[in-house]
Design a protein around this ligand. Structure first.
Ligand code: ATP
Ligand code: ZN
Length: 716
């Protein structure tokens, strides 16, 4: 409230807002003060049509008894109130006031904002802060600036809202344009909906103000939250974008995507050739036939012209087929070494990666480099892993790409272009037929396990590389290592040398050779394993069971050694060795092998009873089942199924599958019965041999024979 102290009027106390409203109330379409009519727009904002007149009764000067005020007096009045306010400042001398109710008073402040912000400007507020302040402190209402913390009245709350809207307005200066637009959008509808909301909620008059305050505060909080969310959203987007860029950069740098050969052993030489000068046919022993067949390839590589003049066509691709460790890779290196040409090594299993197309691209790289360095040898080891039968299945839609690329490359150069491709595989039957047709890998060279003669040569070759006792006869060792491959023989000599070194010996003797042979046949000794007597006894009778069956079955392989020393994964072992190389095996030999395998379980059942049989026979049954299955499905040794072979039993009809299983079951059952019969017949020998094993732990063929003949063994 403020008091008009001028002489013009008796002491009247009215709120400034009422005064302001009175100047502009609709009733006073023209303010006739001292007879001067003043057009309405000089004193009030044009109230937009859509704004409904406010509900609050408006006051007019007459009601306030101020109708006789003259215009000069009003200016004088304002001058007293706000000195300098009207003089010389480009501040209009009329007040903008709202004609809507007090509820929307503060949002109309935007229209008045320039007034209030000017008021706030230092020229007025700064210089006149004392005058304005002193006046308004009487007025109890500081138009905009003083937040009175006294009791809350309707107006004061409105003022707070006003100051709140001021804060909102302030943010306009710092908020980005879209936030400005949001803040500045017509708030009228908010307020109206607020009115409506209060009406629908029947909020009592006394609480409406609190409701509005709460609304405004909530709105402001929401604004602040939105601002914060927007900021964090922007930061997150920025971080994700940077990560994406880094990820793309990393992928492009990834060696897989660069589709170059990786620098792992074996593949980089596929692109960078290796000269094999130091490997010749001299280094390959025991495979004379293979060496013969490859000799002509060496001639061609040494002198391709000789072949082109004659018009002869050399094979583009040579396939080396044989079991693991028989010297296929060695032979390919020897061909390149003999011809003194670059050697490109690639392992089939490393061509294909998880990325589609990498395999085909690596093959293209390989052939491109080789052609540039012709004459040369390309060696692809494990050819079956890249040239395997093409799997027509949705699971492997790209398995054909690499092999098709290989076929295309092989067709892509002429036979006498000076590039020889040598492939090696242990499983020729797994190769795609398109690979082995004429014009591709059309020359096949078998690299078998060496025979006793070949083994003797290989043993001599490697023994000559170490210090060994001259009393050693390589042939004896060769006889005792039937079925060994070149790699196993090399390993045997190497292990013997290590054993001699560990024992501090000067040279390798027969003992070390035997030790390493057992190691290769039965696995490394596990002396540290503590086996209790009960388990030792079971193992002794189990292994003796195998030995007895082997000893008393005509076509079984001779026993080499029996031991209850834990070796590798087993607690005991009986090793058998054919007396000479077996190029083929007869039905009775296969049946004998099955019976020997059954000997362990049968022994446990006969000695300890069916309730005490152990799991120790699982690998024996695997072995026997494998032999029986090959007899029925591969070797045509089943009367019922005849000579038909069944390669992929998974694709057979259920009837055929059950017929095959039936036949296998019969073979195994008969084998079990045969073994039971032998062990029942030789129960005494079985017991003697088990006790000897418990005493001596390991018995060789001779010692086993002595025990089974009922003789005494010398004390060791
Ligand atoms: N006939 C052999 N004469 C001499 N050494 C041999 C012979 N066979 C194998 N070796 C030795 O065994 C090692 C392995 O042989 P190589 O890698 O050539 O066999 P592979 O048939 O290629 O085996 P895989 O089929 O597993 O690749 C050779 O480095 C060599 O020392
Ligand atoms: Zn066994």
């Amino acid at each position: 409230m403020f008091s008009l102290s001028s002489t013009v009027q008796p002491q009247v106390t009215i709120p400034l807002s009422h005064l302001i409203n009175a100047f502009h109330s609709p009733k006073n379409t023209s303010v006739s003060v001292s007879g001067v009519s003043v057009s309405q727009n000089q004193y009030r904002d044009v109230v937009p049509e859509h704004e409904a007149p406010s509900s609050e009764p408006s006051l007019n000067l007459k009601d306030l008894g101020l109708s006789e005020l003259k215009i000069g007096q009003i200016d004088q009045l304002v001058e007293n109130l706000l000195p300098g306010f009207c003089k010389g400042k480009n501040i209009s001398s009329h007040w903008h006031t709202s004609h809507v109710s007090a509820q929307s008073f503060f949002e109309n402040k935007y229209g008045n904002l320039d007034i209030f912000s000017t008021l706030r400007s230092s020229c007025l507020y700064g210089h006149h802060s004392r005058a304005l302040q002193s006046i308004c402190s009487d007025l109890q209402y500081w138009p905009v600036f003083i937040q009175s913390r006294g009791f809350k009245t309707l107006k004061s709350r409105t003022r707070r809202l006003q100051s709140t809207s001021e804060r909102l307005a302030e943010t306009q200066n710092i908020a980005p344009s879209f936030v400005k637009g949001f803040l500045l959008r017509d708030r009228g509808s908010d307020v109206e909906s607020l009115d409506k909301l209060m009406k629908t909620k029947n909020i009592p008059e006394a609480h409406q103000d609190a409701f509005k305050t709460g609304f405004a505060e909530g709105f402001l909080k929401a604004q602040a939250l939105t601002q914060k969310t927007n900021d964090s959203l922007r930061r997150t987007r920025l971080i994700l974008f940077i990560l994406l860029l880094l990820g793309i950069y990393g992928l492009l740098k990834n060696p897989f995507l660069s589709v170059r050969f990786r620098t792992t052993t074996g593949l980089d030489s596929a692109v960078d050739p290796v000269q094999m000068k130091n490997v010749t046919f001299e280094h390959v022993k025991g495979v004379e036939e293979a060496k013969q067949e490859l000799q002509e390839v060496v001639e061609f590589l040494k002198n391709p012209q000789k072949f082109t003049v004659l018009g002869g066509k050399l094979p583009k691709g040579i396939l080396l087929v044989g079991p693991p460790g028989t010297g296929k890779t060695l032979l390919a290196r020897a061909v390149a070494g003999e011809a003194d040409v670059p050697f490109y090594y690639a392992s089939g299993s490393e061509f294909d990666e998880m990325f589609v197309g990498v395999g085909a691209s690596r093959i293209r790289n390989l052939f491109r480099e080789a052609k540039a360095n012709a004459p040369c040898v390309i060696f692809i080891d494990e050819l079956d892993s890249v040239g395997g039968k093409r799997i027509e299945s949705p699971m492997h839609p790209y398995s054909r790409q690499t092999i098709n690329q290989l076929l295309a490359e092989m067709d892509g150069f002429k036979p006498n272009e000076g590039v020889i491709i040598i492939g090696a595989t242990n499983f020729p039957e797994a190769l795609d037929n398109a690979l082995i047709r004429p014009g591709r890998f059309d020359m096949q060279v078998t690299v078998p396990r060496p025979d006793v003669k070949g083994r003797t040569e290989i043993l001599k070759w490697y023994l000559n590389k170490i210090k060994f006792d001259q009393s050693i006869d390589p042939e004896i060792i060769a006889r005792g290592t039937v079925g060994f491959s070149g790699a196993e023989l090399e390993n045997l000599v190497n292990q013997a040398a290590l054993k001699a070194a560990v024992d501090g010996k000067e040279m390798v003797t027969m003992k070390e050779l035997e030790f390493s042979k057992d190691k290769i046949l039965m696995g490394p000794e596990r002396r540290s394993v503590e086996i209790d007597n009960k388990n030792k006894t079971i193992t002794a009778y189990h292994e003796s069971g195998h030995a007895i069956i082997a000893y008393y079955t005509k076509d079984a392989m001779p026993i080499n050694k029996a031991t209850i020393m834990p070796r590798g994964p087993t607690l005991g072992h009986v090793s058998l060795l054919p007396e000479n190389d077996r190029w083929n095996e007869t039905r009775s030999q296969l049946l004998a092998q099955m019976d020997v395998s059954m000997g362990g379980r049968v022994a446990e059942e006969l000695i300890f009873g069916t309730d005490h049989i152990t799991t120790g026979a699982s690998s024996d049954f695997d072995n026997a089942t494998k032999i029986a299955k090959r007899m029925v499905t591969k070797f045509g040794m089943s009367e019922k199924l005849g000579v038909m072979t069944y390669s992929d039993t998974g694709k057979l009809s259920p009837e055929t599958q059950s017929a095959i299983e039936q036949e296998i079951r019969i073979l195994l059952r008969d084998s079990y019965e045969r073994a039971k019969h032998i062990l029942k017949t030789h129960a005494k020998e079985h017991k003697n041999l088990a006790e000897a094993l418990l005493t001596y732990e390991t018995l060789d063929a001779k010692e086993i024979q002595i025990v089974l003949e009922g003789k005494k063994l010398e004390v060791r």
